[in-house]
Design a protein around this ligand. Sequence first.
Ligand code: PMP
Length: 444
Amino acid sequence: MKQEIPPTNKPITLDNHWMPFTPNRDFKANPRLMVKASGMYYWSQAGQPILDASAGLFCCAAGHCRPEIAAAISQQAQTLDYVPHFQSAHPTSFTLAEKLATILPSGLDRIFFTNSGSESIDTAIKIAIAYFQAKGQGTRQRFISRERAYHGVNIGGTALGGMTNNRRIYGGVGLAQVAHLRHTWLADNKFTLGQPEQGKELAEDLQRFVTLYGAENIAACVVEPIAGSTGTLVPPKGYLERLREICDQHSILLIFDEVITGFGRTGNAFGTDSFGVKPDMMTLAKALTNGAVPMGAVAVKREIHDTIINHAPAGAMEFFHGYTYSGHPLACAAAHAALDIYQQENLFERAGNLSAYFLTTVFNSLRDLPIITDIRGYGMMASFDLAPAESVGLRGAELQKRLFWAGMHLKTTGDAGIIAPALIAEKSHIDEICQRLRDVIQQF
Ligand code: PMP
């Protein structure tokens, strides 16, 4: 592969940048810096091509550095760099919302723009509370989420989250009242590709919380259709349907966090399409702009939007919430270009067609390795668990490092690896990803 690496030999100081979700001391002792990307590859500072097995962080569905997106951002930056969306606006945020509405489930077509998944989740929490206030049901303030969930790092999302390390030390800072459903990973379902048969009854936890707290105190149930950040926990058959039923019975909102599952990852536009269960709100981010500019969104059912809007007196501001960069012109330009690519290249359908090859190749490549304790997957995402070493997470971190030095980028979480290549991946890329994984895992 041709390598055109910009000169990067100038010594750089690593001390000043406090890196997120990173063992800083370990990383800075042995940094892994990327300087360039294109299609399915990054290039390291040393000039080595790094095959990207996780689409960045599930962001770059159409592959890296798409020229169409770069051109759209550049043109926008030279035309209108920034305009506040507080009582002023520019047209592309409206046209983007309109475009999104054409691929979102019918009726979920009122779009609030944010800058990240975390902001989308906290926005959705506020919308749910504002909705019930407007309906005269202000006691509905409690939320139900799930163990092993990841909903970002803002205070609302931290409260909803079910990854213990993300919550443990923040419990005292006024997190929203949240009860957690049990997660849906069951030992009986090990080595299942696609939706497991067992586990639908876990949805009854929601009914138990309704009985315990009273439906009149519960605003919403928030789940990822597939729990992504804790290693592709695919919902058992019937589980999401049952959550929907219980929510309907008690007028509880169902919110799908589709930050990872959105934009083709499950083989359809959204997880809601793949599983046939429709939420009342959806949170989006990541592949919305193909990762090129930070952007998130909340897709809201029309009735929820209208209730909040119509509750306020004419001329008054209806919803006290927003970000300086909501609907940022550069993000809108990137999202427009990304959605156009997804449509022109039929990427969601492509992902659906490629899924069977992807999942079986992952499964067949890793199944017989004794260190692998589970493999699961759906659409274009799959995860495997490594038997932990002395302390949980060490082996996963070690795997990520070794893969990098072997020329591959993989997202790991604890001792799980998450394979989620760009949706433009060819079968040969999938073969290469799985072969490299096998080679490196065998060295453990
Ligand atoms: N929700 C889900 C389901 C996510 O996977 C993530 C990010 N991995 C977030 C929310 C938070 O997104 P961000 O990092 O953009 O704030």
